[in-house]
Design a protein around this ligand. Structure first.
Ligand code: BES
Ligand code: ZN
Length: 618
């Protein structure tokens, strides 16, 4: 039930911090974030000292979040966000002076405001709390749900507004803070965070972390499990369960080169180390860009590095997202659209132009498919969206990614690559460790690229791209010679037969393109023949299987049904699952089947996945 009595609709005027530093705090323009109850213009957090204990017996985190604050208005109150936490007590200062607090009314998705009484000179607020079983951000896995099946596992997922379910915080991407953490875990497990990390398990079960760069709350992250570490190069490496770590390190062998390539394009990597944590399959995303330590689905380990573009994406967030952050969830294209651009550029630098062209075409298809699904007038197809009163994750589609990418490519083409590269580099540099709005971007674009040139302004047409639904006419249309060759094969295979095609259609991209454009009237026996030739049902990697299974569902290729079921039970990657569930619910029998799979899989899915899949099966 929606209770909207308590959404604060105040304009938050935030202090202006001219200094360009790692601790740079807040946007220079006023920001209103409807998804946080906090009023940072009055009193804002600057640093967190977290001291928590992780208990697998009770599936709880408990401890103390000690916040350094800046009481800007010198008033008597600071407001935090919380959702499903139990707050035991709150004290002030290093000497734990008792104070009072109260909780406001709960609002769907948003949780409750936590009002704490402070004094004008208060600089530290200590919140003693524990999490509950309803913490959306936390997934507690039983040993059976892990790769090695021996030890339990915990991981967090903060984006978009879930960090408040495991830490009381001012949960807006416009507010940044540094943190130190002391984390106590069972002594046979290891803890890692979105910070500088240990590389070895110790016997005490106590781990200390430091994040010296100011980050927004959604990038707070923790994972606890039986973890091993393997170095890739001097600043990159992989954490995973012992049986996975070697494979993962081989798969991500190009990681160090990717960081180097990205630095060349976008300026220095400012975070110190870049490591990757491979999670169990119930991780609900492909990847999550937690600072210093990207969290990744095990589904990227294809054996041939063919899905590493996902890694380039998460690495890319070290510039677009983590360094320069969307100030509200309505501006998410500034995170995801920019990162999709950055991902493609890193991909081009590492894998070459042919690969990049294929990825471009795949990107545009995803955009077209999404547009077709949403319809040309749908407000969610604008780059800047409106998620007020909504769960920001629900409005999330491929649009901010792929339309954002298409827009930036359009700008690149209008001004030329060299100019655009310089522009992007300075965008990141000038807004480093700041949170920015869409307006920050359009002002910057006008001041630094368009500079009053009316013809160029028309050519780019930024306003229409950003504030109107649908795809403007000036969108670039990528062409891949390799895909054109696949198109020729596609045209002819029904007469020439499928034998030998696997020798011609080899890479993951090519296979995906071939699968996606199979004819609408494909027959079961044709599917069988294709499957015999390529072994997609049993032998495909995660992406190939997903795309092939869409066809199998569409054409009722029953031979693949058991594999479809196990695929959908084994992963909790929401985006991919939705693709398959949406295809299933197109027919009544399919919908019944979808419901039966969901019933089986639900217990193993992440809470956010349960919510998203539940919504479409209603
Ligand atoms: N930051 C996102 C994941 C996310 C977005 C979580 C919004 C919660 C709310 C991450 O960088 C991402 O985009 N992951 C993609 C992979 C990418 C290659 C498209 C995913 O998980 O599919
Ligand atoms: Zn992303």
């Amino acid at each position: 039930m929606k209770k909207l009595l308590f959404v604060p609709v105040l304009l938050l005027f935030i202090c202006c911090n001219k200094e360009k530093s790692e601790k740079a705090q807040t946007p220079k323009t006023p920001v209103k974030d409807d998804h946080s109850f906090s009023k940072p213009a009055n009193a804002v957090v600057t640093h967190l000292d977290l001291d928590i204990k992780v208990s697998f017996d009770s599936s709880r985190i408990s401890g103390k979040a000690s916040w350094q604050i800046d009481n800007i208005s010198k008033g008597n109150e600071i407001i935090f966000d919380e959702n499903t936490l139990e707050i035991q007590k709150v004290t002030l200062g290093d000497d734990d002076t008792p104070t009072t607090f109260r909780l406001g009314e709960a609002v769907e998705f948003h949780g409750r405001p936590l009002y704490i009484k402070i004094a004008p000179n208060t600089t530290r607020v200590n919140i003693y709390y524990n999490t509950t079983k309803d913490a959306i951000a936390l997934q507690w896995l039983k040993p059976e749900q892990t790769a090695d099946k021996k030890k339990p596992f915990l991981f967090s997922q903060g984006e978009s507004i879930w960090s408040r379910t495991w830490i009381p915080c001012q949960d807006s991407p416009s507010i940044r803070f540094t943190y130190n953490a002391k984390v106590t875990v069972p002594s046979d497990l290891m803890a890692v965070m979105s910070a500088e990390n240990p590389q070895q398990k110790n016997n005490t079960g106590v781990y200390n972390f430091k994040q010296t760069k100011a980050i927004p709350s959604y990038l707070m992250a923790i994972a606890v499990g039986d973890l091993a570490f393997q170095q890739i190069d001097s600043r990159t490496g992989v954490y995973a369960e012992p049986s996975v770590v070697k494979k993962a390190a081989a798969e991500f062998g190009a990681l160090g080169n990717m960081v180097n390539a990205a630095e060349k394009l976008f300026g220095p990597y400012r975070w110190g180390r870049y490591d990757v944590l491979v999670l169990p399959p119930s991780f609900p995303y492909g990847g999550m860009e937690n600072p210093n330590l990207t969290f990744l689905t095990p589904g990227v380990i294809a054996g041939d590095r063919s899905l590493t573009s996902l890694l380039a994406h998460e690495l890319g967030h070290s510039w677009s997202g983590n360094l320069v952050t969307n100030a509200t969830w309505d501006d998410i294209w500034l995170n995801e659209g920019f990162t999709t651009y950055v991902e493609h550029r890193i991909g081009e630098a590492i894998f070459g132009e042919k690969e990049a062209k294929m990825q471009d075409v795949l990107s545009r298809k995803l955009l077209a498919d999404n547009m077709a699904e949403y319809g040309p007038n749908n407000p969610d197809t604008r780059l800047r969206v409106n998620t007020t009163d909504r769960n920001p994750d629900d409005g999330l589609s491929d649009i901010p990614y792929e339309k954002g990418y298409a827009f930036l490519q359009t700008v690149e083409q209008a001004v030329g690559r060299e100019k655009f590269d310089n522009f992007l580099k300075s965008w990141f540099d000038d807004h480093a460790f700041q949170s920015v709005t869409t307006k920050t971007f359009t002002d910057y674009l006008n001041d630094n690229l368009i500079k009053g040139d009316k013809v160029l302004e028309q050519k780019i047409n930024a306003w229409v791209w950003i504030y109107k639904p649908d795809i403007p006419d000036n969108v670039t249309v990528p062409v891949s010679e390799d895909f054109l060759a696949i198109d020729v094969i596609q045209k002819n295979w029904r007469t020439t037969g499928v034998k030998g095609l696997a020798g011609k259609i080899k890479s993951t991209n090519e296979k995906q393109h071939f699968i996606d454009y199979l004819p609408n009237d494909l027959t079961i026996s044709e599917m069988q023949a294709i499957d015999e030739e390529f072994n997609f049902t049993k032998g495909g990697n995660f992406v190939i299987k997903r795309q092939w299974f869409v066809q199998a569902i569409k054409h009722q290729y029953k031979a693949a049904y058991p594999d479809i079921e196990s695929f959908m039970v084994a992963t909790s990657r929401t985006g991919s699952l939705l693709t398959l569930y949406k295809e299933m619910i197109k027919t009544p029998e399919g919908k019944a089947w979808a419901k039966s799979i969901f019933a089986k899989a639900k217990a193993g899915y992440h809470l956010t996945t349960v919510e998203a899949v539940g919504n479409i099966l209603k």
